[in-house]
Design a protein around this ligand. Structure first.
Ligand code: CP
Length: 303
């Protein structure tokens, strides 16, 4: 059985195959062909133990555009609330002849755990502060679309790196493709092992922006903060928030990204998020083609 559990388990050629497949699906969608018959005999369950807007909806749309049968599960409205375990929950779903499970879970490694205990293809849609592989794929795909290539580009990931699955998956994906990567944020929100991942560290936002071609702005993951981290939100915005004045003080135009959800006025101001420099909604658009590609390639190994 094949899975997508993290970028850590991929090779550079896997990413290129996903991108080429996504190119094909994006071209098909752009021709207003919104549905292809590829996965008519595949059933997919989207199993979400954590809230989501973009990931959940774009997986569902990707599956429907491939003509798969789709069922959606939200833990909050399920028998998990009566004490049912993760494995029992998924095995009951699989008993309904489901082939693939797309899962978001608050616990790091939940997808890896599940893949060892159930007979289905597992796609990790975000596991705690561990990995969010399809987000990193759509982020790199969006850089490739905007700048022509990912190799050789300078990319800075700004914000709460410590609690971010988006940061870790992006670091793995960008490094695999030959990008130069730095992280930027307050020391309290950078993991101690960060330099062992082969990325640079810059605590001064202006210097980081002067260095980069692309800045990927992350929000503070308040839901994962279990102690009071310095700085406060106001201090964070003063030191690490990106605004128009700061961007205009640079001697070049950089690309601004954000995985969403945005906390407007905290890590990014509206005049930046909604500017020409921002590719935030392109990232969301590309999420559908990337998820179609991932599901299509995994399903081709089931059939
Ligand atoms: N980027 C992202 O994962 O957004 P959602 O939490 O809304 O899915």
């Amino acid at each position: 059985v094949n899975h997508l559990l993290g970028i850590k388990y991929l090779k550079e050629q896997d990413i290129q195959l996903i991108f080429e497949t996504a190119d094909h699906f994006k071209e098909v969608i752009n021709r207003s062909i919104k549905k292809v018959p590829s996965l008519r005999d595949i059933t997919i369950a989207n199993v979400f133990f954590e809230n989501s807007t973009r990931t959940k909806l774009s997986f569902e749309l990707a599956e429907k555009r491939l003509s798969a049968d789709v069922i959606n599960f939200s833990a909050g409205q399920s028998s998990v609330k009566k004490g049912e375990t993760l494995i029992d929950t998924v095995n009951n779903i699989l008993a309904m002849k489901v082939d693939m499970v797309v899962m978001r879970h608050p616990n790091p490694g939940a997808g890896i755990f599940l893949s060892k205990h159930v007979k289905a293809s597992i796609v990790n849609a975000g596991d705690g502060a561990h990995e969010h592989p399809t987000q990193a794929l759509l982020d790199s795909y969006s850089i490739r679309e905007k700048l022509g290539d990912v190799a050789g580009k300078n990319v800075v990931i700004v914000g709460d790196i410590l609690h971010s699955r988006v940061a870790l998956s992006n670091i793995f994906a960008l490094k695999l493709q030959g990008a130069n990567v730095k992280v930027c944020g307050p020391k309290t929100l950078l993991p101690k092992y960060i330099e062992s991942l082969g990325v640079g560290v810059e605590t001064n936002l202006k210097k980081a922006l002067e260095w980069c071609d692309v800045a990927n702005m992350l929000r503070i993951q308040n839901e994962r903060l279990d102690i009071s981290y310095f700085p406060t939100t106001r201090e964070y915005t003063q030191q690490y928030g990106v605004n128009k004045k700061l961007l205009q003080s640079l001697d070049k135009e950089i690309v601004i990204m954000h995985p969403g959800p945005i906390n407007r006025g905290v890590e990014i101001t509206s005049d930046v998020a909604d500017s020409k420099q921002s590719i935030i909604l392109n990232q969301v658009e590309n999420g559908v083609a990337i998820r179609m590609a991932v599901i299509y390639l995994l399903a081709s190994k089931i059939k």
